[in-house]
Structure formats: C-alpha cells, structure tokens
Design a protein around this ligand. Structure first.
Ligand SMILES: *[C@@H]1O[C@H](CO)[C@@H](O)[C@H](O)[C@H]1NC(C)=O
Ligand SMILES: *[C@@H]1O[C@H](CO)[C@@H](O)[C@H](O)[C@H]1NC(C)=O
Ligand SMILES: *[C@@H]1O[C@H](CO)[C@@H](O)[C@H](O)[C@H]1NC(C)=O
Ligand SMILES: *[C@@H]1O[C@H](CO)[C@@H](O)[C@H](O)[C@H]1NC(C)=O
Length: 421
C-alpha cells in the first residue's frame, strides 16, 4: 500500500525536523547596562551572552576591564541558577575603543595577520571561557567593514580557532552586521559558514536620531524605499552561501526618539530636527513603555516595516513593541532561520517582549503540529474513502478487481472521472 508508506515517511520526517532542531533564543547582557545578573529571567532563553571581553592590542590576549571583571567572572554560574540548561557564552569585542564609539577594527585585524598573535588570542579565549564556566565564545564583528583589512587572514583565524574549540567542545558564534557586504569589503562567508555554529545577525540601529534628519524604522524588517532592512540582509547572507539554518535574527529592545519638524507630519520618514527625550535619543523598551503610559498614549504598529511608533507632541519614538517582535519571530520561523537573539535583555519591561518572542515560538510550533495533524486526518479520510469505494465497487462488479493506485489517481483528477463516466 503505497499511500500508507508515503504517509509514514512524511510523518517521520516531520517529527525528525521538529525534534532535531534546537530553536535558539539567545540574549545579550552588556556590562554597561549595570543590570543585576541574578534578575535575568534565564528560563526564557536557551543561550545568554555576556558582553564583552576585549583584546589587548599588545599581547593579543583576551582581557576584561577591571570594573567588568567581578560580573563577567560570575555570569555563567548566576544565569544557570534559575535555568541549569541555559548555555552562557562570552562575547568578544573586536573594535578599538568602546561600544558606540564608531571605532574601527585595526587592532583586531593586525592580530589576524600573524600566526603567533593568532595563537595567543585563541589560547587565551579558551582559557578565559574555561576559567569562568562559559560554554561558548561569540565574536562580535560589526565594524570590521569600516576598516580595509585582509579578509583571507580572518578566514585563517576562523579555521584555526575552530580546530581549537572543537577539542574543548565549545560553541563558536559570531555577532555580525545585518548584511555580509558594505562598501568594498565582505565577510569571508565560506569560512564563517564552515567554522561558526551560527551567526547572530545584529539587525537594528539602521538609523539613529543623532544622524538622520527624518524619522525612521531603525529595525525595519522590510523597507519599500531602501535596501537597509533585515529581509534584504538575510537574503544577501543566504545568497552568499550562509544557510538559513545558521542565521539567528536580531531583535532590538530599544528605540530612538526624534523631534519632529511638524507634529502633524508624523509618519515613518517625516522630516525631523534630531534627537529627543534622552541625551543621545536612545530609549530602552522599559523607558518607552513607562513614558507612553505616563501620557496615556499607545503605539501604532506598521506592518510595512514591521515596527511600532508613536507621537507625543513634537516627539516621535520608533521601536519594536509586542506586535513587531511577534511578527519578526514568525518571519524567522517562516524563513527556516535557527532562532533569534536579543539586544539587550535588561531593556525589556516586565519580560513582555521576551515572553512574546518565546510564545510566538510555541505558537508557530503548534501551528506546525496542527498542520501535521490535519494532513494525517485528511490522509486517513482519503484512505477510508478509497477502501469504502473499493469494497462497494467490488460488491457491485463482482470479481472485477480495481487496484488502489487507480482509485487514488482518480481521486486527484475529478474531471477525468467525470469524463470517463
Ligand atoms: C583606527 O582607529 C585608530 C584609533 O583607535 C586610529 O589610530 C587608526 O588610524 C584607525 N585606522 C583606520 C584604518 O581607520
Ligand atoms: C593576506 O594575508 C595572506 C596570508 O597572510 C597573504 O598571503 C596575502 O598576501 C595577504 N594579502 C594582502 C592583500 O595583504
Ligand atoms: C537632511 O540632511 C541631508 C543631508 O544629510 C540634507 O541634504 C537635507 O537638506 C536635510 N534635510 C533637512 C530637512 O534638514
Ligand atoms: C507604514 O508607514 C508608511 C510610511 O508612513 C506608510 O506609507 C504605510 O502605508 C504604512 N503601512 C501601513 C500598513 O499602514
């Protein structure tokens, strides 16, 4: 019976794919947030990433800043207290200077050019991971593309690093720009694909109120008027050879506030005078929620860009609320990506975004299970129909045997049956 075989194969394949894939729910925690590590809601995540360790420009070894040391060294044990199965990773900053400085990666690229320097870096990275109980390392390389470096050296570093982490059974991930290419430099995608377990796509901060004189969707999933959007970047990574199953979508738990030129012109792309509300225009989701509540204002969801925004007087805030987060996680599921990563965990408000993201995950899985069940039910009804039909014809036409295959084929082409009759 062919149909039963097919059904069986189909079902076992479905079970296999839904079981073997671990859906990644990763979250970054940045020391600069000063958010207490024990307060992190670990059960909402599969991986928690401590940011950052730095690279000493003269020894090329990993270092921690003196003030970060007590936090980074206890991160792994603390996040495991409320979720023993969460995997803590240590993220390595590859840029000269600090986050948000707009610096370049010249020191990092210098390290990649020398075999002895690479060895020092690799050895020290594994030593620090082991010392503080991290189960993996994350290389945060977003500004690489601002420096013209030798990308083949980067490929060599990744090859050597993979061999070393494999011996230690550590996970190796990368935090990367939303698109593999900018200006004339590109990531060595083949080497990234071969050597990293997956890539955290940092799909936000496309626009800021400090730089752009128009309101904008800083974490646009789509943008009808520009290539600067997440969907474009994801497609570009895949086109260049990184499979969807190694891509982990970035979710932003922050937004940007602009001052409008004209409060009545307040859509996405409206003329603006620059920052509003905070010193640099950035706002955590928590602050945005509290700010909106204090004015009794709700945000508007825009499905063209998949972001939320709101206007309060002449202030305009663009950010991701629950709807945007849900739809982005559904996009990641739909495109067959490996999961999502959050920047950054402490910016959530009562864990609303993290819960919504985790629920969308469950919801998508339920939808898939429902689809499987419906398919199964439909197949059985079809089969039952065939059997009944077969029995009746057998009884009517006494001894004129009809095989199952013909009946199944007839079922798929009702017009042909009509013509025959
Ligand atoms: C990179 O930044 C450093 C300062 O941290 C500067 O001295 C150097 O000239 C910069 N290099 C490039 C290629 O921009
Ligand atoms: C890049 O590095 C490799 C290996 O060190 C070297 O063979 C090659 O000449 C370098 N290319 C450039 C453009 O510097
Ligand atoms: C916005 O900035 C661009 C250049 O960055 C400039 O051409 C344009 O005139 C500015 N628009 C307004 C309304 O200030
Ligand atoms: C989203 O915003 C843009 C720009 O303001 C607008 O053109 C578009 O119609 C909006 N999309 C929806 C679905 O409302």
């Amino acid at each position: 019976m062919g149909i039963l075989h097919l059904l069986f194969i189909f079902l076992s394949l479905q079970w296999k794919t839904s079981r073997s894939q671990t859906w990644i729910k990763a979250g970054y925690w940045y020391t600069g947030s000063e958010y207490p590590i024990p307060n992190i809601n670990s059960p909402l995540f599969t991986h928690l990433i401590c940011a950052f360790a730095y690279i000493n420009p003269s020894t090329h070894e990993l270092v921690l800043s003196a003030s970060d040391q007590p936090y980074v060294s206890t991160f792994a044990s603390m996040v495991k207290k409320s979720n023993p199965s969460v995997k803590p990773l240590l993220s390595i900053f590859t840029q000269n200077g600090n986050l948000g400085d707009g610096g370049n990666s010249s020191n990092f690229l210098l390290m990649t050019a020398d075999p002895a320097y690479r060895k020092s870096f690799i050895r020290s990275s594994i030593k620090m991971a082991r010392l503080y109980g991290f189960e993996g390392l994350d290389l945060y390389v977003t500004t690489l593309l601002r420096t013209k470096g030798n990308m083949s050296n980067l490929g060599i570093l990744f090859n050597e690093w993979r061999v070393a982490v494999d011996q230690e059974k550590l996970i190796l991930t990368m935090g990367a720009h939303y698109s593999p290419e900018l200006d004339l430099v590109s990531y060595p995608v083949d080497s990234v694909c071969k050597n990293f377990d997956w890539v955290h796509i940092l799909s936000y901060d496309y626009h800021t109120s400090k730089i752009d004189n128009f309101t904008a969707a800083h974490s646009a999933l789509y943008d009808p008027s520009s290539k600067v959007n997440t969907d474009y970047g994801i497609k570009e990574w895949i086109k260049r050879g990184l499979p969807a199953s190694k891509l982990v979508l970035g979710l932003a738990y922050h937004g940007y506030a602009w001052t409008l030129m004209d409060p009545k012109d307040n859509g996405i792309g409206a003329p603006a005078k620059g920052i509003a509300i905070t010193r640099d225009g950035t706002m955590s989701y928590e602050y945005i929620k509290k700010y909106l509540r204090s004015y009794g204002v709700d945000s508007v969801y825009n499905s063209t860009y998949v972001i939320n925004y709101c206007t309060i007087g002449s202030f305009w805030i663009g950010f991701d609320d629950v709807e945007a987060i849900r739809n982005k996680v559904a996009y990641a599921k739909g495109k067959g990506l490996l999961g999502y990563n959050v920047w950054q965990v402490p910016n959530d408000y009562n864990w609303e975004l993290s819960k919504a993201a985790a629920q969308e995950d469950n919801y998508s899985r339920h939808k898939r299970l429902l689809a499987i069940s419906l398919c199964t039910a439909a197949s059985f009804i079809l089969l039952l129909g065939c059997i009944i039909c077969y029995m009746r014809k057998r009884i009517i036409s006494k001894g004129r045997p009809i095989t199952f295959h013909i009946l199944v084929a007839n079922f798929q082409h009702p017009l042909k049956i009509k013509n025959k009759k």
